[in-house]
Design a protein around this ligand. Structure first.
Ligand code: BES
Ligand code: ZN
Ligand code: ZN
Length: 511
């Protein structure tokens, strides 16, 4: 895949007064008046230009804000970017990550190709290693845009952004560098995922997604890729995936990625599966969706793409854990060969499901993916899916729904969410919800009652996980930005890549 924008991030020791970057970004707090040591020094060299901006009150230091100051100085940086870090006591890795995104996005827009970040100098509460990782992830996130199919108009735009995290302390540079190496792997995977997810349904369908997975795996030594096509799905009786994919001219696929790390795995480490819903377009099937915003359903593959990109990241980081990345993929459209309301489908697990709504298709393909993970004797299964509009109604676009059958796993995912800045909120999925999913003429039905749709969907999935510790991330509403923000382009967010990578790294480390 061609880079949409080539981002590089590295650490370097700098003398801030002499740094020759096109722009130097420094952090400013909203609740601290006066300048810190670094800003004061830069201000002096710039003949008081920054003090003028700050005292005029044009820039308040709120998160998400950024103001350019032209120094006019003969040496040192030409531009200083004042970047809001919000309240001093609230600064954490996520504040730095977002701030780095804002700066990178600004830099790309202004065609500033070389950028030095010194945000960590203000954020002394964040450990340099953590700060380095967060800023690298943020730089990738902010620099990203999706214009693969725009011809001509975008020719003059920036194609390369070199980001340096600058520090005057050699010790800090060493620690920053360590964090940056992780942040770069995660950032690259995230951008990769955003591009695959942003590609429309006429470009990415189950076979082309499978081909992309094969290509990615071929470039990563730890990954083995097996793809089940329609014939093999039929032979294996993966009835959930087959039913959902039955109307489409593009046949369904089941993508199986297996990561075997180079070197030793911690004794007693669990075998983990991450399972992602990859509906390459969700028209709803016979239970057709309303046409408004239906185009956004090209992003209904976001869970599967998050799994694909996470596998890339953990392979590059050589995470010492045996990990399955499972991606059931189908296109949910209408056609004479499609599945219908009233059908009874036998899933891979052997459980039968009465279909009452063909638009509740995600759980059908996931049931086969989760059952496969259970069959492989995975100790932990985490699935991720743009599963229900109900989750979006409950949580909006700020947090993903998290359901689980295990309190320890819940805590571990909450911790990973905190560290990665990809937020989650625990919702229930117990037996009272599972009861709503019982059918009179089959083992299960694929929809529950009118209320609590995110929880009934999760309670359905839970029943395919066997004895494994299982968790479910409902990322409906988190998969895309409908409009651009100061820190992100519109379109896919690749939500889940940072969260899952962080989670898997923690599990590998026994943390
Ligand atoms: N892909 C949708 C869920 C979705 C909706 C994701 C909006 C992102 C934004 C899913 O397949 C779906 O259609 N779910 C139905 C389930 C219902 C029929 C029980 C829904 O949420 O309406
Ligand atoms: Zn649907
Ligand atoms: Zn869907």
């Amino acid at each position: 895949m061609k880079d949409i924008i080539k981002v590089t991030v590295s650490a370097k020791q700098v003398d801030f007064g002499r740094d020759s970057a096109d722009a130097l970004a420094v952090g400013i707090f909203s609740d601290v008046s006066g300048m810190d040591k670094l800003v004061r020094m830069l201000d002096k060299a710039a003949g008081g230009a920054m003090a003028r901006v700050l005292t005029a009150g044009d820039f308040k230091g709120d998160t998400g804000s950024c103001e350019v100051v032209y120094t006019g100085a003969k040496s040192g940086p030409k531009r200083i970017l004042l970047v809001g870090l919000g309240k001093k006591k609230e600064v954490d890795a996520d504040v730095l990550r977002k701030a780095a995104s804002v700066v990178a996005r600004r830099a790309v827009a202004a065609k500033v190709g070389k950028l030095t970040l010194a945000l960590q100098k203000a954020a002394t509460r964040v450990k340099p290693e953590v700060a380095g990782r967060a800023m690298a992830e943020g730089a990738y996130f902010g620099a990203y845009r999706y214009d693969e199919f725009v011809t001509g108009r975008e020719n003059g735009r920036l194609r390369k952004l070199a980001v340096y995290v600058g520090d005057d302390s050699a010790d800090a540079v060493t620690a920053l560098r360590k964090g940056i190496s992780v942040g770069v792997a995660v950032g690259e995977a995230q951008s990769y995922g955003r591009t695959i997810a942003n590609r429309p349904g006429n470009v990415i369908n189950p076979p082309t997604l499978a081909a992309e997975a094969r290509k990615m795996a071929a470039a990563h030594k730890s990954l083995k890729c097996t793809i089940l096509d329609k014939k093999q799905l039929t032979a294996k009786k993966m009835g959930g995936i087959l039913a959902v994919g039955s109307a489409s001219a593009s046949d369904p696929r089941f993508i199986i990625l297996k990561h075997t790390p180079n070197g030793r795995v911690r004794k007693g480490a669990p075998k983990v599966a991450i399972v992602g819903k990859a509906i390459t377009f969700d028209a709803g099937g016979i239970s057709i969706k309303p046409s408004a915003d239906m185009d956004q359903m090209k992003l209904d593959k976001s869970g599967g793409v998050a799994v694909l990109a996470t596998m890339k990241a953990i392979s590059e980081l050589n995470v010492p854990l045996n990990i399955y990345g499972l991606i059931p993929s189908a296109e949910n459209v209408l056609g004479g060969s499609g599945y219908r309301p009233g059908d009874i489908v036998t899933t891979y697990s052997g459980k039968t499901v009465e279909i009452l709504n063909t638009d509740a298709e995600g759980r059908m393909i996931l049931s086969d993916g989760i059952a496969y993970a259970a069959e492989q004797k995975c100790d932990i299964i985490v699935d991720i899916a743009t599963l229900t509009g109900a989750c979006m109604v409950a949580l909006g676009s700020h947090k993903a729904g998290l359901m689980s059958n295990d309190d320890g796993l819940l805590d571990d995912l909450k911790k990973a969410a905190e560290e990665s800045g990809e937020k989650v909120w625990h919702l229930p999925s117990g037996d009272e919800y599972a009861d709503e999913m019982k059918s009179k003429i089959a083992d299960l039905k694929n929809i529950g009652g009118r209320w609590g749709g995110a929880s009934t969907a999760a309670a359905f999935l839970r029943q395919f996980a066997g004895d494994a510790r299982w968790a479910h991330l409902d990322i409906a509403g988190m998969d895309l930005f409908a409009k651009a923000t100061s820190f992100a382009a519109e379109g896919s967010t690749a939500f889940g890549v940072r969260l899952l990578t962080t989670f898997l790294m923690n599990v590998a480390a026994g943390k």
